[in-house]
Ligand binder design. Structure first.
Ligand code: AMP
Length: 600
């Protein structure tokens, strides 16, 4: 009796706080999983957002994307399937072997949890209701538990969530823990759903029969969606954007880029010829050297400088000299610069390839020594923000003038990207040769009147490189080694970027080293991939696409064996691209270009 009363008070409190029940989210996941239709998904999410209070919005929008940390945090939940299996066993009372058998028939631990919890709950009562906040908090906790005893703690934590979960909730809790949600929510769908549900007068009539929408005015509709997109680009925070959008369009429009927070950089398309490059960006165009270093987004506020990679990771402490150059040579109180850091040989002064400085990115100690041994020059090519003003909407030509006026160029420290403005193919060709002879990769062609679009691969800048013999690809699977490679992941399955996800293109083990001193080693790649494992069958594992590596190869062939339709012959790993995210890898069009290029 007392217990019942206690529960009632608890429920009352919850109603008072209006915490969203996890069941509400699980139901939305379920609907999303059942439909491949994009507009239907948008409508499902839009209804969910409408029911979500401001306090829960951030969590709900992250969880819908299968995350519990913002994109700019590298932290992952990182729980192996084995642990989840144990937790399911603990929560349901079924033996580990039984759970494992069911796993091998169902192929998805989420489904296993769902069915075992259903069986168990026929005999018992649910202990309590889970809120979105409970699950979110526990998932975050999983990511931070470390050290002695943490494995047991993780199992306990997952088991306790599962014990309180209804069958369908259990399915999605397990999949969230494994970071393999399988509900298919693209960022664009979330963006549209925010526009539909948070901005007044935007929600169009959705016709499920014909899978179409009829907004009152297509133009106004597109404008509203564009407004939400720009806000997301600036903040990388869907929850914040949704909350501000609820206040109104003006507030959303007024949302500024936050200095000191990472921003997604604008990406380049690819051109096969100089003519094609001009066609993409118009003439005359700004043409710059394409440096072979790594992207650095640098923000400065008074004497505070922060440096981010294109993965949105902060690397300020690894590059103390860059911080110093920015403090000394940038005449602005507040600004956000886009640039490429390029390594050079301190004796000859010649540029070196990316791999020579890549080791600095993850470095935690001996930083000063590294800075002397592997110095970088910062080549600034764009600016996003200056003294309280957002420059994203200004034409590139003007943004370039601004950087010219605030940067005191100093060779081998901080300079402007070398640039010419021309519409002549001959001049561009000569500039290309000059660039390549200096050790650069080729050229970037830029549209002079284009705005800056964070995170998009719009054709405002296109790259033109020499015939390619190296590709950056993402690892999507691997195999546990045998014999002397036991305990290591080997034979990596690599994929390129397709329109709608990743396309496999081959397997590679060659080039990985036995020892870390020699380069990217089996041991290091195993350490990186292990927390990303989402499925295992025998020795084969599938991993969440996250780790990017560079590969060289002898040849590309057409092949039905891989989903890209191509296969690499004699591929060899040349190194880790820890600065790149899976969004930055070679696209299928690049693979095709390389395929046709070799025929010539
Ligand atoms: P890719 O990585 O092959 O898609 O080429 C685009 C990358 O080239 C950018 O992300 C930058 O890191 C790099 N880059 C080198 N030089 C420039 C430049 N002048 N302007 C813009 N990006 C550049």
């Amino acid at each position: 009796m007392r217990l019942l009363r206690k529960k009632r008070i608890y429920l009352k409190e919850r109603a008072y706080l209006l915490l969203m029940e996890y069941e509400e989210l699980a139901k939305a996941y379920d609907l999303l999983e059942k439909t491949p239709k994009r507009l239907k998904k948008t409508s499902i999410i839009s209804s969910l957002i409408s029911k979500t209070k401001d306090e829960d919005l951030g969590m709900v929008l992250l969880l819908l994307r299968g995350r519990v940390f913002p994109d700019y945090e590298e932290r992952e939940i990182g729980v192996a399937s084995r642990l989840v299996l144990k937790a399911i066993s603990t929560a349901t009372g079924y033996g580990v072997n039984q759970v494992e058998r069911l796993w091998s028939t169902k192929g998805d631990l989420g489904l296993v949890a769902e069915s075992l919890i259903a069986k168990k709950s026929q005999n018992t009562l649910f202990s309590s209701d889970l809120s979105v906040r409970d699950v979110f908090g526990n998932l975050q906790k999983l990511a931070v538990l470390e050290g002695q005893g943490s494995v047991d703690q993780k199992v306990k934590l997952i088991a306790s969530m599962l014990s309180s979960a209804k069958p369908m909730e259990a399915k999605y809790i397990v999949r969230s823990v494994l970071q393999d949600l399988r509900v298919g929510v693209a960022d664009g769908t979330l963006r549209d759903a925010i526009a539909w549900s948070c901005l007044e007068g935007v929600k169009p009539n959705y016709d499920g029969e014909s899978e179409s929408i009829k907004p009152d005015s297509r133009e106004e509709y597109n404008e509203a969606v564009g407004l939400v997109q720009r806000a997301i680009d600036k903040t990388n925070d869907f929850g914040l954007v949704a909350r501000i959008a609820r206040k109104g369009r003006n507030e959303l429009e007024g949302l500024k880029l936050v200095v000191g927070k990472p921003v997604k950089v604008m990406l380049a398309q690819k051109a096969a010829t100089i003519q094609e490059a001009f066609k993409a960006v118009g003439t005359p165009a700004a043409i710059e050297y394409k440096y072979d270093g790594f992207r650095m987004l640098v923000s400065k506020q008074d004497d505070e400088v922060k440096i981010f990679t294109r993965r949105l990771e902060e690397v300020t402490s690894q590059f103390p000299e860059v911080k110093e150059y920015v403090l000394k040579n940038v005449k602005a109180k507040t600004c956000v610069l886009d640039s490429e850091a390029v390594g050079y040989n301190s004796k000859t002064g010649k540029y070196t390839a990316f791999q020579s400085i890549s080791q600095r990115i993850k470095r935690k100690y001996g930083i000063e020594k590294m800075a002397v041994q592997f110095p970088v020059e910062l080549n600034v090519f764009d600016i996003l923000f200056l003294e309280g003003e957002d420059l994203l909407g200004k034409p590139f030509g003007e943004r370039r003038k601004i950087i010219e006026s605030i940067i005191l160029a100093k060779e081998k420290k901080i300079v402007l990207a070398k640039q010419i403005i021309t519409g002549s193919v001959e001049e561009a060709q000569a500039f290309f040769e000059e660039s390549v002879n200096l050790g650069n990769e080729g050229l970037m062609f830029k549209k002079l009147d284009a705005e800056y679009k964070p995170g998009s691969r719009v054709g405002y800048m296109v790259k033109y490189k020499e015939a390619m013999d190296e590709l950056d690809l993402v690892v999507v699977g691997a195999e546990w080694g045998e014999g002397k490679r036991k305990g290591w992941l080997t034979s990596l399955v690599v994929a390129c970027r397709g329109d709608d996800g990743f396309l496999e293109i081959g397997r590679v083990g060659t080039g990985l080293k036995e020892k870390r001193e020699e380069g990217l080693s089996f041991d290091e790649i195993t350490e990186l991939l292990k927390p990303l494992i989402i499925r295992e069958k025998g020795r084969e594992v599938r991993v969440k696409p996250s780790v990017v590596i560079s590969l060289r190869f002898e040849e590309i062939q057409k092949s039905p064996a891989y989903s890209s339709g191509y296969a690499l012959r004699f591929p060899r790993v040349t190194g880790l691209r820890s600065d790149r995210s899976p969004l930055d890898i070679a696209g299928l069009e690049e693979v095709e270009d390389a395929f046709f290029g070799q025929k010539k």
